[in-house]
Design a protein around this ligand. Sequence first.
Ligand code: URA
Length: 197
Amino acid sequence: MPEITWALFRQQVAACAMCPLHEGIRNKVPGQGDLNSPLMFIGEGPGQVEDEEGLAFVGPAGQLLTRMLAAISLPRDRVYICNIVKCRPPNNRVPTEEEAAACKLHLRMQTALIRPKVIVLLGSTAAKNTLGPEIRITRDRGRWFERKGVWMMPTYHPSALLRDPAKKREAWEDMQRLRDKLMELGLYNDIYGGSPE
Ligand code: URA
């Protein structure tokens, strides 16, 4: 088994044709951010703006995510952000189980490279694919799950907050839980003063 490196990761994503999603996209969206961050965010898949720019969470949902992070004083360039699938599903539909499974190798590689201590799962697709199909976002958001020493919390996807602003109060509670967990683990100041890519 070759050593896992960022170069290998980038090469594998660029060459990937493991599912049909790569047909007709403009750019793959591997993910970006602070490669040394203890905090990782996982979303669903690229939308239109992300597909055009090759960067995760840069459209309207991404701008809201940036504001949510700012609300707990976390600069966005100090965290790592990626998605379950690296290619935009047509018309922003939810990726199928097969597509998510085909992309899992990439997510595993980048998680192994980042070695996050805390992962925030943005929305149902990220939560189910990471924690299991039994997860229900409305029931389980804001709860902490520990997996192999990594703390994971599902919360609403920022797109859901744009569609239904009434959910913002719960999302704000989740951001406070995130800040509390980072403080409890002694990571909050690390991220605030960390080194961006
Ligand atoms: N929605 C996602 O899940 N990911 C993005 O990168 C953008 C929108």
